[in-house]
Design a protein. Structure first.
Length: 517
């Protein structure tokens, strides 16, 4: 048996074998916390660890991973597909699931071995938890204190709407809102706040009272004159500045200004919009978040082994799982589906630690601010707090990691018969490879640039949406037709989509949709 380091006292292993009990799980958590919060200095929310079955894990998968969620047919469809694949052995389940909330909720499966429970507590309850609490995107875009209570309010509100207005009426609104979730994000917002369920209920009650006080059934009997759209000109629309046009958040604009929506329908759209906004930081930090959690669990379990809290058998099991998580299939491997975010994020963070502690001359040339500073954890904590995937790659991807992953860039023109290798492993090539890889993590560049650019609230009520096509890439025609019908359904009147070239502003295509009768 390896000797303990002089400054560490050899302890009895926390467990021997795969079996665990709730008492042993408590001891495991305490040991992980001692290292994570004590030695590594991780700043985390209070933890709530819940043990669930594989069936419950599948259910959590189906409802976007949230512990409370309103009912929707798409969740049941997702559950049936995931359960079928799991029972056929076509896929496995995650060992854990973690919620960005305060307290931070970590779900661990009861089928996990004692070592796996140790691993997932270190990974989720301390790695992900620290990232959630300290990364600026999550601090700025989400409110961990109120999200669980708000989901409870949302679930109760949707149930009450189904009872009062019918399941089909509620599903029609939620279906349309779900189709527009990617366009339900404010990418440059002011400080966003998730209302507490009490305040949300108070706001909804004020809307109801206002409608009742201003309702007059006499107006229902007044005939409506037909509207001649041909006589209206775009420059006749007034108050565009008051509407905040152009507006990138399509769900927000519909919620506030759609002419025909009732207050309960607006509240349903708001619920979906808040969920979309809540998940937006996770899309921008997938590689960093998983890399942080993987780095943390590696550090914690190795320190536990050095203290004697994990025996050799447990470490062999850990190394097998850890290496499996970090597997990066080659481009010609049937398992290849792109870069593994665990592998890239972990490799970059281990490399930052190496540069801080044992830099080479190349490291000093490329990263003079951190090379040899001797503060690896401080450097990593700063990166975890201040960067997202795109900027993290631009700032910290080193030539060594590019060589280890054998990165190079290709230039592919549709008009050419062959592809061209544009960047290789030289100084100029490293910079181009780094910029190209960072662009792949830029969520704002991946999502279509769609904005509300015109809305007639006093005449024909037509809504105009503009898509700025980057590099001539237009929206898929069939998907666009279906989604545009959802927009028209929510708006209640004719909706027009204009696609223009981002560089020149030239109109490329126009489409229109009317609400279903």
């Amino acid at each position: 048996m390896a000797k303990a380091k002089p400054n560490q006292q050899s302890q009895k292993p926390l467990f021997d074998g795969a079996e665990w009990t709730f008492d042993s799980l408590k001891h495991i958590y305490d040991a992980v916390e001692e290292i994570g919060a004590g030695e590594l200095g991780l700043n985390v929310y209070p933890n709530q660890v819940e043990v669930i079955t594989s069936e419950q894990m599948l259910d959590a998968y189906a409802s976007t991973g949230m512990p409370l969620m309103y009912r929707h047919w798409s969740f049941g469809k997702h559950f049936a597909r995931e359960a079928s694949q799991y029972r056929r052995g076509a896929r496995s389940l995650a060992y854990e699931l973690v919620i960005n909330s305060n307290p931070c909720i970590s779900y661990v499966m009861e089928e996990n071995s004692a070592l796996m429970q140790t691993l997932v507590i270190a990974h989720a309850a301390f790695g992900h938890n620290h990232f959630f609490k300290n990364n600026q995107l999550f601090v700025e875009w989400t409110n961990a204190d109120t999200i669980i209570d708000y989901l409870a309010f949302a679930k109760d509100y949707v149930n009450k709407c189904e009872e009062r207005y019918g399941v089909e009426a509620v599903e029609a609104i939620v279906d349309a809102a779900h189709a527009l979730m990617r366009q339900g994000v404010s990418r440059h917002p002011k400080r966003l706040r998730t209302l507490s369920p009490v305040k949300a209920a108070e706001r909804q009650e004020r809307r109801r009272v206002h409608e009742e006080e201003n309702f007059n059934d006499l107006w229902r009997t007044v005939p409506k004159a037909p509207i001649d759209e041909s006589r209206l000109e775009p420059d006749e629309v007034e108050g565009q500045q008051a509407l905040g046009i152009p507006e990138e958040n399509l769900l927000y604009f519909i919620e506030k200004y759609a002419p025909r929506l009732d207050s309960w329908q607006r509240e349903l759209i708001r619920i979906v919009r808040i969920l979309s906004q809540y998940f937006y930081p996770q899309r921008q930090t997938k590689m960093m978040n998983e890399g942080c959690a993987t780095f943390v669990h590696y550090e914690i379990l190795h320190r536990m082994h050095q203290k004697g809290q994990l025996n050799e058998g447990a470490m062999l099991e850990f190394l097998h799982v850890h290496s499996s998580v970090l597997t990066q299939p080659a481009y010609d491997d049937r398992r290849f589906s792109g870069l593994n975010p665990y592998a890239v994020g972990y490799a970059m963070m281990r490399d930052i630690k190496r540069m801080c502690e044992e830099p080479t001359q190349e490291d000093r040339d490329w990263f003079p601010d951190i090379a040899g500073n001797g503060d690896a954890l401080g450097t990593l904590k700063s990166a975890w707090a201040d960067y997202r995937d795109e900027s993290f790659v631009l700032q910290y991807l080193s030539p060594k990691v590019m060589r280890d992953f054998r990165f190079f860039s290709l230039h592919d023109e549709a008009s050419e018969r062959v592809v061209e290798v544009k960047s290789i492993h030289d100084e100029r090539g490293y910079k181009r490879i780094r910029a190209g890889l960072a662009a792949q993590y830029d969520v704002s560049a991946q999502d279509p640039d769609i904005k509300v650019t015109d809305a007639d609230l006093s005449g024909a009520r037509r809504l105009t949406i503009t898509h700025s096509a980057r590099n001539g890439v237009m929206l898929d025609r069939n998907e666009c037709d279906r989604t545009l019908r959802y927009v028209a359904q929510l708006w209640g009147y004719r909706v027009k989509l204009v696609e223009v070239a981002a560089a020149s502003g030239k109109t490329l295509r126009e489409q229109e949709a009317l609400p279903m009768p």
